[in-house]
Ligand binder design. Structure first.
Ligand code: 6PG
Length: 476
């Protein structure tokens, strides 16, 4: 037994993680259900470092130093359970099983419980950054026991992305916390992508600009506050030309966005926790709308726009307005996502440090961005910050673009351009800052038809009005 870490599941993510470990000087045990993939890893990438290939799970486990650290990198769901079931009887007390796939966090909680009963550590960890990240440094979000992190953490930190020399990996919290945070990361990724897509559409509709021209605008934006991986690849994608037709690539792609489900999980959990993650929800529903083919056909055929043709007069001013509205909407989406993390952390006793989450998202992952530093700073100023939007930096940065944000959302409405994430983010902003909300009327209606009671602004207690009798008020 000489391998310090093992990887089972050598599809591209597992293979790249194994190579990353090897390149950092670790002896890596490698295994795959079919041996061919293991052999091709050794044949093609054996030079990366010291690999110990095994054909059987038994040999793989036997090749690992104790406490064994086994990274499972297979499809979320049944495939993960099958590998765990095969692995567990071969392990001994104190060994660590790491699930690095995109598992749903309740599954992680279940698996952690089951393995703990057997004296094993189960670490559900988020890994973001796609194939590139897995090979060259991902953002890593491990859950599980703090004890397991003592031996596993340094290895994961070693292979993670670094920003200013700081690893994009830290202990997130017990049981499902790591996969939970990865799920919210993906939800924010959906919101970010939708906001970027809406900004692109606004520039297209408002300016009649070509994809390549819009790509240049994004490239310029990437030099300022919006600097991020997603803005960078957007600039690249928009300037890409389809080889076959000579058209802009984006114009030949079918406009129906798919998803594997992490965004949907985030929204479902937001509903369970009662946290208004409207940006993520709108983004997820926008993908659903894009794929609603019969509805879109019927809508296209029957629904008039009753809107004028959009002709923006001052091009530069409009581009700047879109940029400011995008930044503000993006802050809302992140603020909501961090609220969701806080709520789940409180509910599950995870004690997640939100500033640290922003710190490990600065590099390696899909939502890596310059402004995540600002989020970390905000939580350093106040670890219990109830609303990220209300941090002094963000009130300034968003306030600065407020008039632009309102102009953009209203112009989009007047001109019949759908901007669900921009518009709902602005509504959230106005809702969360409102002195008084019409929720009072909802409470009154609920009491009227269902005797659901209400509270008063001027007295303690719970009240009911006899709506169908004499309208007298009684205290419940
Ligand atoms: C990452 C990505 C990764 C991913 C999602 C995309 O952090 O590396 O989020 O997890 O590409 O699988 O999800 P959808 O297919 O749902 O868009």
């Amino acid at each position: 037994a000489r391998a310090q870490i093992g990887v089972t599941g050598l599809a591209v993510m597992g293979r790249n993680l194994a190579r990353n470990f090897a390149r950092h000087g670790y002896t890596v045990a490698v295994h795959n259900r079919s041996y061919g993939k293991t052999q091709s890893l050794i044949a093609e990438n054996g030079d990366d470092g010291d690999f110990v290939p095994s054909e059987s799970m038994e040999d793989f486990v036997a090749s690992l130093e104790r406490p064994r650290k086994v990274v499972v990198m297979v499809k979320a769901g049944a495939a993960t359970d099958a590998v765990i079931d095969e692995l567990v009887p071969l392990l001994e007390e104190g060994d660590i099983v790491v699930d690095a796939g995109n598992a749903h966090f309740p599954d992680t909680i279940r698996r952690e419980n089951a393995l703990r009963e057997k004296g094993l550590h189960f670490v559900g960890t988020g890994v973001s950054g796609g194939e590139e990240g897995a090979l060259n440094g991902p953002s890593i979000m491990p859950g599980g026991t703090a004890e397991s992190y003592e031996s596993l953490g340094p290895i994961l930190e070693d292979i993670s992305a670094k920003v200013d020399g700081v690893p994009c990996c830290t202990y997130v919290g017990p049981d499902g916390a790591g996969h939970f945070v990865k799920m919210v990361h993906n939800g924010i990724e959906y919101a970010d992508m939708q906001l970027i897509a809406e900004a692109y559409d606004l520039l297209k509709q408002g300016l009649g600009a070509s994809a390549a021209e819009i790509g240049q605008i994004f490239a310029e934006w990437n030099t300022g506050d919006l600097e991020s991986f997603l803005i960078e690849i957007t600039a690249d994608v928009l300037q890409h030309v389809d080889a076959e037709t000579g058209s802009a690539f984006v114009d030949v792609v079918l406009d129906q966005a798919e998803q594997k489900g992490t965004g949907r999980w985030t929204v479902q959990n937001g509903l369970d926790l009662g946290v208004p993650i409207t940006g993520i929800a709108e983004a997820t529903f926008a993908r659903a709308l894009s794929g609603s083919v019969p509805q879109r056909e019927a809508g296209r055929a029957a629904l008039p726009a009753d809107a004028g043709t959009w002709a923006v007069e001052d091009r530069d001013a409009f581009v700047e307005d879109v940029r400011l509205a995008l930044f503000a909407s993006k802050v809302v989406a992140y603020s909501q996502g961090f609220d969701q993390i806080a709520a789940a952390s409180a509910e599950n006793g995870w004690d997640i440090d939100r500033g640290a989450m922003a710190r490990i998202w600065r590099g390696g992952c899909i939502i890596r961005a310059r402004f995540l530093n600002r989020i970390t700073e905000a939580y350093e100023r106040d670890a219990e910050l109830p609303l990220l939007l209300a941090d002094e930096y963000f009130t300034g940065a968003v306030g600065n673009g407020l008039a632009a944000w309102r102009r953009i959302v209203s112009q989009a409405a007047l001109n019949g351009v759908p901007v669900p994430a921009f518009a709902s983010s602005l509504s959230y902003y106005d809702g969360v800052r409102a002195e008084r909300l019409p929720a009072a009327l909802i409470q009154a209606q609920r009491d009227f038809f269902g005797a659901h009671t209400y509270k008063r602004v001027d007295r303690e207690g719970t009240f009911h009005t006899e709506w169908s009798l004499d309208r007298s008020e009684s205290q419940a």
